[in-house]
Design a protein around this ligand. Structure first.
Ligand code: ACO
Length: 428
């Protein structure tokens, strides 16, 4: 007999089915609760709410496990490339050689953006945050491809939008950096691979030759893989909820970029490096900052620490920490901020406050140090995260459309004033 959950409300018993996932995760399906009983569930921040069934990414926060489509993040990080992982997330299976070549080719063909889009950059001030620029420009892509307005078009038409997005987002991102410097934009070079192409658009200048360092390109590809998806996080849920209104994919991804920008989510990578710099400039006393993080009257939080789902090591943080050492070694960089980060991590992991709350370093704790080592400016860190997360957002959106999810529309418990009579302005 299948498992059910019983709720007793006002003396009445209601029975609801239990859904079991492929990794034995269990959820009570309360979709008929309100219809039958008049009650809704209340769960601020959706801490305990499964918004969907999904076959894309599995994570076990207690055990520190993360896998994409069944493949462990450790193995993918070691053996695959970012575009292979993008294919896996979006299509559900690892590509064979021919499928990967086709996928690569389809993306390569679309790396240029309409020349008219360059004019948008002139309207942004040089100090515009590149996340704001990227979100706006991704949304505006929809105006260049009006046929993309209908998310239920043929599979080929949807694929075209997907290729365009994966191809153009790095171009738009690199151009936002060039715009901040008031330098001429650099066009994509399609003989390069995805990460190399991004690096040359970011760093080459007309006045000198730019040589791509393979260590840097590989590190970037690894970071993109580690960021590629993370199930129903704030930005992926945003993409799904915007897409559930049948808004087009460009608009949905642009909303995801906005959600990612916040320092409690993807914006943490910028906040971490700023925090580590502050600690260094303040004499390097990590205990002082741990005390601040523990003080409930102080708004300071240890950025890059803690996670809604991981109550153990974030497996991505382990991989990034190791990569951080390797990349800095290979590039011959000695970054004092890395020493501060390691001291801070050690002290936090031994501190009762962090132990009790199961707060561990997350993906963002060490990623900024690598980005910095490979020359990415701090305000571009979250943009790097967005490029990496793009296939995950697309996969989440595609699954939501293909499984015909209803429009996302939570309920509330109203706590405002009861019905009252309007008072004329002259009498107030
Ligand atoms: N520093 C100090 N205390 C913390 C931290 C932190 N970084 N994170 C959580 N806590 C404490 C909270 O104060 C709370 O303590 P309490 O029980 O005494 O009230 C307890 O740990 C639980 O924290 P919540 O905020 O309830 O946990 P939640 O799941 O809502 O938040 C979050 C998770 C937002 C990631 C949080 O840990 C945080 O703010 N971390 C710093 C920002 C960060 O690194 N974000 C990146 C996350 S990874 C990503 O999105 C890519």
């Amino acid at each position: 007999m299948s498992e059910t959950a019983k709720f007793i409300l006002d003396g009445e018993t209601y029975e609801f089915p239990v859904t079991t996932g492929s990794e034995n995760e269990k959820g009570i399906d309360i979709s008929k609760l309100r219809g039958q009983s008049g009650y809704v569930t209340l769960d601020p921040g959706y801490k305990n709410t499964g918004a969907t069934e999904s076959a894309i990414t599995f994570l076990d926060g207690e055990k520190g496990i993360l896998s994409y489509r069944g493949y462990s993040i450790e193995e993918l990080a070691e053996k695959s490339t970012f575009l292979e992982v993008a294919y896996l997330l979006i299509e559900g299976e690892l590509p064979n050689k021919e499928q990967l070549e086709d996928f690569n080719e389809n993306i390569r063909k679309h790396t240029l953006v309409a020349e008219d889009m360059r004019k948008f950059y002139q309207a942004f001030p040089h100090h515009a945050h590149p996340m704001g620029v990227l979100g706006s420009l991704v949304n505006s892509l929809s105006s260049f491809y009006p046929e993309s307005q209908d998310p239920n078009r043929s599979e080929d038409a949807v694929d075209l939008t997907i290729y365009r997005l994966i191809a153009k987002v790095p171009t738009l991102a690199a151009w936002s950096h060039k715009n901040a410097q008031r330098h001429p934009v650099v066009y994509p070079k399609n003989e390069l691979n995805y990460s190399e192409n991004f690096l040359q658009m970011m760093f080459s200048v007309p006045s000198e030759d730019y040589k791509i360092d393979p260590v840097v390109a590989k590190a970037l590809d690894l970071l993109f893989i580690l960021h590629a998806d993370h199930e129903q996080n704030c930005s992926a849920s945003t993409v799904r909820i915007v897409g559930s209104s049948q808004a087009n994919l460009y608009a949905s991804i642009s909303a995801g970029i906005s959600a990612l920008w916040g320092p409690l989510h993807g914006g943490a990578n910028q906040a971490v490096i700023e925090m580590l710099e502050n600690i260094k400039n303040d004499g390097g006393d990590v205990t002082k900052y741990l005390d601040k993080a523990k003080d409930k009257n102080d708004p300071f939080r240890l950025m890059g620490f803690g996670h809604r789902v991981y109550k153990n090591f974030d497996p991505r943080a382990r991989i990034i920490k190791k990569a951080c050492d390797d990349v800095l070694d290979a590039l011959g960089i000695d970054d004092p901020v890395l020493d501060i980060a390691k001291k801070l991590e050690k002290a936090a992991l031994e501190d009762q406050y962090f132990v009790d709350r199961k707060l561990y370093p997350n993906v963002d704790f060490y990623s900024g140090i690598i980005y910095r080592a490979i020359g990415i400016p701090t305000e571009m860190f979250t943009v790097m995260f967005a490029i990496g997360r793009l296939p995950g957002w697309i996969a989440q959106w595609k699954e939501m459309i293909e499984t015909k999810q209803p429009i996302g529309r939570p309920r509330q418990i109203y706590t405002g004033a009861n019905a009252r009579n309007y008072v004329e302005l002259s009498k107030r």
